[in-house]
Design a protein around this ligand. Structure first.
Ligand code: HEM
Length: 169
């Protein structure tokens, strides 16, 4: 049964500057993935941002292989904004066994984030990630773009992902 509170909750005023993220997004063209020493790949992804009236957004990202449609990368977590500032934090759990906190600045409808903390399961796959940077940007045409870069023990900060989404039902 749907939670009636969830459906009627008003967005907490602290999150109004992030209201452009809310809802469901689906990749347009498949996104492009790359990194030194891996084969370039294409993927599709759905994003879901929601809230229950608290000063925190909930999110879930699900990525799939563009051709086989097989589920691949998944992330979920929470977004908080430091009151009275443009500072935003993403608290993220990834299906690969990585957990991280990314913080950064909100400038208009663009978010620039960088890891401030990162941990992983003791048996996480190598090479281990050392840093992650991402940019979310709402474009004037209403599309959302995400670019992710990462550094591993073997590579300095290098782009891994770029993808564009449109709003979906
Ligand atoms: C912040 C999010 C992500 C992190 C930290 C991450 C991390 C990594 C790492 C560390 C590698 C191995 C790189 C190497 O061998 O040098 C990798 C490879 C890969 N990632 Fe990601 N990834 C992320 C998101 C995604 C997403 C959304 C997809 C979409 C499907 C994806 C698909 C892949 C694929 C296909 C490979 C190559 C695997 C292989 O060749 O064995 N990743 N990623």
């Amino acid at each position: 049964m749907a939670c009636p509170f969830h459906q009627t909750a008003e967005l907490n005023a602290a999150l109004l500057p992030l209201d452009w993220l809310l809802g469901n997004w689906e990749s347009d063209e498949p996104g492009e993935g790359c990194f030194p020493n891996i084969n370039p790949f294409r993927y599709t992804e759905t994003l879901h941002f929601s809230h229950v009236g608290q000063p925190v957004l909930n999110f879930m990202f699900n990525a799939f292989h563009a051709e086989s449609k097989k589920p691949l990368h998944r992330e979920c977590g929470f977004i908080r904004r430091q009151p009275g500032t443009n500072r935003v934090a993403f608290i993220i759990a990834q299906n690969s066994g990585l957990v991280e906190i990314e913080e950064g600045e909100l400038t208009g409808q663009q978010l620039n984030l960088h890891t401030v903390a990162l941990a992983r399961t003791s048996f996480a796959k190598e090479p281990h990630v050392q840093e992650i940077s991402r940019v979310f940007q709402l474009r004037p045409d209403g599309k959302l773009e995400q670019t992710v870069s990462m550094a591993t023990v073997n590579q300095p900060l290098t782009q891994h992902l770029h993808i564009t989404y449109h709003r979906s039902a």
